[in-house]
Design a protein around this ligand. Structure first.
Ligand code: BGP
Length: 481
């Protein structure tokens, strides 16, 4: 039992993290454009008014907007079968609420899609990847408002009709379940509860009632988009996308088991239960009640959710965490997904705990639950890379990470999981979503661009480039290096 014959090997990126050209060809401002650079130890900031002299990494990013042909050619050299990228909403609707799309934006993505098709690379498009139009934040606090559903649908209609016949795979929202966490406010919901001053990304004003209502609006928008997509082109496959935080109880103490179940259901399963099954899971009722959250629903919402379940399930997988009922332990030890450190695992330089077997475990858990095709659309190691004197970049640590995860995907396939594709994150170096820095690199391709604003954007292959090429050529059989 090996990887299926048509397995979709490729890579993944997001518009705001690589395109740059933040104000070119009619593009409007999106939330990432008002986010400053940061680091592991220094939170990036969200500045509703752009500050002169401050560094905003999304403004130039890695200049993919002007270099996409060169980049796609490199992906083709590696043998990509699929390329996951996102459309920046503000290139199509600069403020978010216009009725007519911006032709230059539509044309840019058409060119990008055609460039992929030229090399037989299947485009896999994320419709909304952490880039809500800032105009909509100002207008209605973005997803906090039900109005957003219509703006989003308008945007979907424009891209579905334009790219019909060229694109088969769509994802409605990147990592939709980040909306269950404080961090998700500005990042994925475009919600800024205080718009009159700059705020730390890691310390946003959070109103759970507003945030969960925002998620409800995204569920409705996602369901309506699925329905619309199928009406426009029955060949369209529309998926959900979650960040899966593989979760273990810290000990076999029944209190830890229950704490883990509660945390994992809310973070890992709530959103996909709605998107894959078409209704709210009953376990959320207790959480809502105990946290004074009341989701305002209209009479038609139940039917909308039911009629808009997704065709496939996709997720990002980077790490695992532990959960405990011990409040003292739970404090202070957390990492990006929260949770407690696992004593059996090592972590990356950014504290993300590396756990390839957790990927096999997660794939099995998810497949048992939904019984639909799965795709790992993000996975990878953010690391410091160094150019040697001879110009090479020997990223053996990255190869080790990816190799171990591919081996575990293979095991999951043997376990019976219907896994259809794999797109490692940041196949070309780009700006980090959580920290806003360039130094956290994921790519097979190095980009000469640095956090002090220097670098000429030139690209060079890392050691992992040829290794991944061989992995794809052998359909996942030859992982040696
Ligand atoms: C996911 C996001 C990506 C991405 C990746 C790596 O959460 O979907 O946009 O950047 O994680 O995270 P980071 O960039 O913070 O290292």
């Amino acid at each position: 039992m090996s990887f299926p014959k048509n397995f979709l090997w490729g890579g993944a990126t997001a518009a705001n993290q690589l395109e740059g050209a933040w104000n070119e060809d009619g593009k409007g401002i999106s939330i990432p454009d008002i986010c400053t650079g940061g680091s592991h130890s220094q939170s990036k900031r969200i500045t509703p008014v752009l500050e002169e002299g401050t560094f905003y990494p999304s403004h130039l990013a890695i200049d993919h907007y002007h270099r996409y042909k060169e980049d796609i050619a490199l992906f083709a050299q590696m043998g990509f079968k699929v390329y996951r990228f996102s459309i920046n909403w503000t290139r199509i609707f600069p403020n978010g609420d216009e009725t007519e799309p911006n032709e230059k934006g539509l044309q840019f993505y058409e060119n990008l899609i055609d460039e992929c098709l030229k090399y037989n690379i299947e485009p896999l498009i994320t419709i909304s990847h952490y880039e809500v139009p800032f105009g909509l934040t100002k207008k209605c606090n973005a997803w906090a408002s039900r109005e957003m559903i219509d703006y989003y649908l308008n945007y979907c209609r424009a891209i579905f009709t334009r790219y019909k016949g060229k694109v088969k795979y769509w994802l409605t929202f990147n990592e939709i379940n980040t909306g269950t966490e404080e961090l998700g406010n500005a990042l994925s919901l475009g919600i800024l509860n205080e718009q009159d001053k700059a705020t730390e990304f890691m310390n946003q004003v959070d109103i759970p009632q507003v945030r969960y209502q925002g998620l409800h609006h995204q569920f409705l928008a996602s369901a309506k988009a699925v329905k619309l997509a199928h009406e426009i082109d029955p060949q369209f496959n529309v998926g959900c996308m979650l960040v899966y935080g593989c979760a273990y109880p810290l000990t076999c103490d029944p209190d830890d088991i229950l704490a883990n179940q509660e945390a994992s259901r809310r973070f890992n399963y709530f959103c996909s239960d709605v998107q894959c099954r078409g209704y709210y899971p009953t376990y959320m009722n207790r959480f809502f009640k105990e946290n004074d959250i009341e989701i305002k629903m209209e009479p038609e919402d139940e039917t909308i959710l039911k009629e808009g379940t997704v065709d496939f399930y996709t997720f990002s997988y980077y790490m695992s965490i532990c959960n405990t009922a011990d409040k003292e332990k739970a404090k202070g030890e957390g990492n990006i997904l929260g949770g407690v450190k696992n004593p059996y695992l090592k972590a990356s330089d950014w504290g993300w705990q590396i756990d390839p077997k957790g990927l096999r475990y997660s794939l099995n858990e998810i497949y048992d639950r939904y019984q639909m095709p799965l795709m790992v659309v993000e996975n990878g190691l953010g690391a410091f890379d160094k150019i040697e004197e001879d110009g090479s970049i020997n990223d053996d640590y990255r190869i080790d990470y990816l190799k171990a995860h591919i081996e575990q995907m293979h095991e999951a396939i043997k376990d019976g999981v219907d896994l259809i594709g794999y797109t490692p994150w940041g196949c070309i170096d780009l700006v980090s979503a959580s920290t806003g820095e360039y130094a956290k690199r994921y790519g097979f391709i190095y980009v000469e661009r640095y956090d002090d604003g220097t670098g000429d954007f030139s690209r060079r292959k890392k050691k992992s480039f040829d290794w991944y090429k061989q992995v794809i050529a052998s359909n996942g059989e030859n992982l040696d290096y």
